[in-house]
Design a binder for this molecule. Structure first.
Ligand code: 2AM
Length: 183
């Protein structure tokens, strides 16, 4: 099968537009991060549950069938933690404590990926929302975040296309949490 028929996919939690705009507003006021660090646009802020990489149509269809049958529960979390991974060049926002239903959902989706022939990293799931990319230089992070509390009632499958202007994300499908059917 030609490589062009694959799609670069990931399962993710999306943020409400108002929350995304609030995060960007706070980020712009709080961080003094110079180029080449690149801030993530508000419309692209998300929390990845499982990165699938290049996925064939048959694999995508199998994953969608599994996702549709999941009965993981909705949950809330608090975005009260900041981190910097200098090697990856990522500054992130995330929860200090990960609720069990979040961990269970990520684990179920990673397991589904493996079942469909899409290997997953051995490293533990580390929930985060990327605020900046290409941030490889040392920096001092703000001591705290506004501590947004966020509820999630669905998760999504996204396609990522790499363009010269950065990644372009498209939602392909979404599923309710707590109900075994697509939204
Ligand atoms: P990141 O924000 O930490 O880079 C789409 O690329 C999403 O999948 C991003 O949220 C990205 O996380 C995540 N992801 C996880 N592993 C990845 C990988 N090996 N390559 C690209 N993206 C990955």
């Amino acid at each position: 099968m030609p490589v062009s028929s694959t799609q670069r996919l990931f399962f993710t939690l999306t943020l409400q537009p108002t929350l995304a705009r609030n995060i960007v507003h706070w980020r712009n006021q709080t961080f003094d991060v110079q180029r080449p660090a690149r801030p993530t646009p508000a419309t692209q802020l998300h929390l990845t549950l499982a990165f699938l990489g290049d996925t064939r149509p048959a694999q995508r269809d199998s994953l969608c069938r599994i996702a549709e049958r999941l009965q993981n529960q909705p949950f809330s979390l608090t975005l009260d933690n900041l981190g910097h991974w200098p090697k990856a060049g990522i500054i992130w926002l995330g929860p200090r404590d990960s609720p069990r239903p979040l961990l269970a959902l990520a684990s179920a989706l990673r397991a589904a990926a493996v079942r469909c022939g899409l290997p997953q990293p051995a490293t533990p799931f580390s929930p985060h929302i990327t605020l900046f990319r290409r941030a490889h230089h040392p920096l001092i992070l703000p001591s705290q975040t506004p501590g947004w509390s966020v509820s999630f009632s669905h998760f999504s499958l996204y396609c990522s296309e790499l363009t010269p202007r950065g990644s372009r994300y498209t939602e392909l499908q979404r599923w309710s949490l707590g109900a075994p059917h697509a939204v």
